[in-house]
Design a protein around this ligand. Structure first.
Ligand code: MBD
Ligand code: FE
Length: 291
């Protein structure tokens, strides 16, 4: 395979990932009963008015030209055409929404979900291995710990959903050619609330650069990197769902994540696994009761 055909294969995958994320999100919203009527008229008027005013103020304060206005217009159109609204919003806005949503929640920290979650991944026992291809590249990683309530009670039967990118930065179901549930799974904690997840250490990750978001990053002279991360949703009866991500010390992008989703509490500490090839890391999830 030549470099060129590899590049075009990679960019075809990236273009697909945007469209898939848009379609997935719309399906999920429709399944949850749609969007209309959820937010009351006064609130819509207040928030939409405030955002529109903030943009107008920027135009006036910074004397935005017709050239800049038209560049913005063309770019906004392209975000939709590329299916990159989920990517744009989750990278540059979701972190603030998450901060507001979980400001007062006790227990383990959450962070953003991002655009690539899919519910209903294969259920594994408390110490199962994530679905992966034969020869899937990456260092084996055991992720072990306990799910507890804030009062210290182990939460038997808690559910842990994990999803992460492969070594090339692709998420299954958002890039063609990967098995449906590659690097996605659901673990059920044992009677002590314990789990031992067998997976691979993820690689640093670049958000797709071929579409409108990449165009913005390049035009602004930014970078497209996120630190290597594992995504989790952890749930247990009568407790608030935790959506989070966990990171690895020493990653150069822990301090400049393009999605602003790193928190000091979300750092793992992997060590050589004395019992098997690869690494092992421990992390407990502490869950706040349902309000
Ligand atoms: C990702 O994998 C991700 O986690 C986020 C937040 C945004 C884009 C891609
Ligand atoms: Fe991710």
């Amino acid at each position: 395979m030549t470099d060129t055909s590899f590049d075009s294969e990679v960019s075809a995958k990236a273009a697909d990932s945007g469209a898939n994320a848009s379609a997935q999100f719309q399906e999920r919203m429709a399944a949850a009963g749609g969007r209309s009527g959820v937010i009351d008229t006064q609130r819509v008027s207040y928030l939409a008015g405030k955002v529109i005013k903030a943009i107008n103020d920027t135009v006036l304060d910074d004397k935005v030209s017709y050239e800049e206005y038209n560049a913005l217009k063309a770019w906004l159109i392209k975000v939709g055409e590329d299916g990159e609204w989920p990517l744009f919003l989750d990278v540059w806005l979701e972190h603030s929404v998450e901060e507001v949503a979980n400001a007062d929640r006790e227990g383990s920290k959450g962070t953003i979900e991002g655009p690539y979650y899919i519910g209903g991944s294969p259920e594994l026992s408390w110490n199962g291995t994530i679905p992966m291809r034969d020869g899937e590249p990456g260092t084996p990683l055991v992720f072990a710990g306990q799910v507890r309530s804030v009062d210290g009670r182990p939460l038997a039967g808690a559910k842990l959903e994990l999803w992460h990118a492969d070594d090339l930065g692709f998420y299954s179901q958002f890039a063609p050619g990967l098995p449906e549930w590659n690097l996605r799974g659901t673990w059920i904690a044992n009677d002590d609330g314990r789990f031992e997840i067998h997976t691979l250490r993820p690689a640093p990750y670049q958000i797709p650069t071929e579409g409108a978001c990449g165009q913005l990053i390049e035009a602004a002279g930014w970078h497209a990197w996120r630190p290597a991360h594992l995504h989790f949703k952890v749930s247990a009866p009568d407790h608030q769902l935790i959506t989070t991500q966990l990171y690895f010390p020493g990653d150069p992008h822990n301090s400049d994540d393009i999605a602003s989703a790193v928190k000091p509490e979300l750092m793992l500490d992997p060590q050589d696994n004395p019992d098997a090839e690869g690494e092992i890391t421990y992390y407990d999830f502490v869950m706040a009761p349902e309000q």
